[in-house]
Write a protein that binds this ligand. Structure first.
Ligand SMILES: *[C@@H]1O[C@H](CO)[C@@H](O)[C@H](O)[C@H]1NC(C)=O
Length: 424
């Protein structure tokens, strides 16, 4: 529906000015929100049975249509639920906007408007993208539903884990409200409450075994790097060990509390972001052969090298753990350098921004303010809003993360998360 409108007045530049289209989208969104609220209310009605149990029944009912819930059936149901719990993938994610699945919008009460969400969910979800973030694709490929934000009050289902990521967060404590240490504390709070509930014979979304076998993912550090980019180059580099040290601390704390499998994302190629490229500069001598800012990318590479070394050390020191480091810079830089391979025409330009070519980014006006220059739906862009990736780009990045080709050690993610099939 949105696509029909969006294609309405496409022109040679590939950019369309939004017209009445957004108003139509707005009403669609209002409808969707109303429906979601009604659904959520219904879900919560049964009261003490706990919403996850109700959600589970709904899932089970969908999986086995028309299943009556007689005594014997109920027992089978319980048995299957137990088995599902044992087999199901559990993830706990810590991060910033790159993996925020609606957390910041819920916490801060931010009104997120279309066109966010237009390419996948068809309505804004609080993700800073036109669709899914990398974490969503990872969940999909591991056969589980998208992770619910820790602080999202409606419609959350934590049976497959929790997303603690909040847009804007830093690894450095105190720089932001939901810095990594706070996210880890929130995890510890969640875990304690779950185990307490189980102790009292009440249900909890994740049990002890779930916490042990879970995958702990981290994608953070971008905002810390952003915070030091105003410094001279050598001073920037001096700041990196402390940032990486915070990520190390978080991994160690989680390990101390039973976490065993980690997926640690490095930082992306921040020097290729339209937001950075649109900053005024004297000349283009600081740009590399792909048009990205070389010094910023060098800082990102140094950050990743330190983080990768840290993961190497932790692998030796932390007992019985699997720690995967993903070279996000290589993945994201390849997307820019080899963009035509991926069907992307303008790797350094935003899909949703202001000002048109070359970057279509204006620091004074966010993507969502009125009369933005918006690319056509279906046209492949890397950057959604100058900082965050599009659904299409995140999908490509996720497939590379999952492949293991950019990972140390080089293992397919599914192989460490999904247990080998038992004959049952
Ligand atoms: C571009 O693709 C080629 C061929 O796959 C590859 O060898 C090269 O490393 C890629 N460039 C970057 C910067 O990743």
């Amino acid at each position: 529906m949105a696509s029909a409108g969006m294609n309405g007045n496409g022109n040679g530049g590939g950019m369309v000015k939004r017209m009445g289209v957004l108003r139509v989208q707005y009403y669609c969104v209002m409808g969707a929100v109303a429906a979601a609220v009604v659904l959520a209310t219904l879900r919560y009605m049964p009261g003490p049975a706990a919403s996850t149990a109700v959600a589970r029944q709904a899932v089970a009912a969908a999986a086995a249509p028309m299943g009556s819930l007689g005594g014997r059936k109920r027992k089978e149901e319980a048995k299957r639920e137990k088995k599902e719990k044992e087999d199901g993938v559990v993830l706990f994610n810590f991060g910033d906007s790159n993996s925020d699945t609606g957390g910041v919008a819920a916490v801060m009460g931010i009104h997120i408007a279309p066109p966010e969400g237009r390419a996948h969910f068809r309505h804004p979800t609080g993700r800073l993208s036109d669709g899914r973030v990398i974490l969503d694709f990872i969940c999909e490929s591991l056969g589980t539903h998208h992770l619910s934000p820790y602080m999202k009050p409606l419609g959350s289902d934590y049976s497959n884990g929790v997303n603690f990521a909040i847009a804007g967060s830093t690894a450095t404590p105190g720089d932001t409200t939901f810095s990594l240490d706070v996210q880890v504390d929130q995890f510890l709070f969640f875990k304690e409450r779950c185990l307490e509930a189980i102790e009292r014979d009440e249900s909890a979304p994740v049990d002890e075994q779930g916490f042990t076998k879970a995958l702990y993912t981290m994608d953070i550090g971008h905002n810390d790097i952003n915070g030091v980019l105003h410094l001279p180059y050598d001073k920037m580099l001096e700041k990196l060990p402390a940032i990486v040290g915070e990520i190390r601390k978080a991994i160690e704390t989680l390990h101390k509390h039973g976490a065993r499998k980690f997926l640690i994302h490095g930082t992306g190629a921040l020097g290729c972001m339209p937001q950075k490229l649109a900053m005024p500069r004297d000349d283009d001598s600081g740009l590399d052969e792909n048009g990205c800012i070389a010094t910023i990318n060098n800082v990102c590479k140094k950050f990743n090298a330190l983080l990768s070394e840290t993961c190497d050390e932790l692998r030796l020191n932390l007992k019985k753990s699997t720690i995967i480091f993903v070279d996000m810079f290589a993945i994201k830089y390849d997307l820019v350098a080899n963009h035509t391979t991926y069907g992307i025409e303008k790797p350094l330009m935003t899909c949703c921004g202001h000002g048109g070519p070359p970057y279509n980014y204006d620091p004074k006006e966010s993507c969502m303010t009125s009369d933005m220059d918006l690319c056509k739906l279906g046209e492949k862009f890397i950057s959604w809003d100058g900082v965050h990736f599009t659904d299409a780009a995140n999908g490509i990045v996720a497939s590379k993360v999952l492949s293991g080709e950019y990972s140390i050690p080089r293992v397919k993610l599914a192989s460490i998360v999904i247990p080998p099939k038992s004959d049952d």
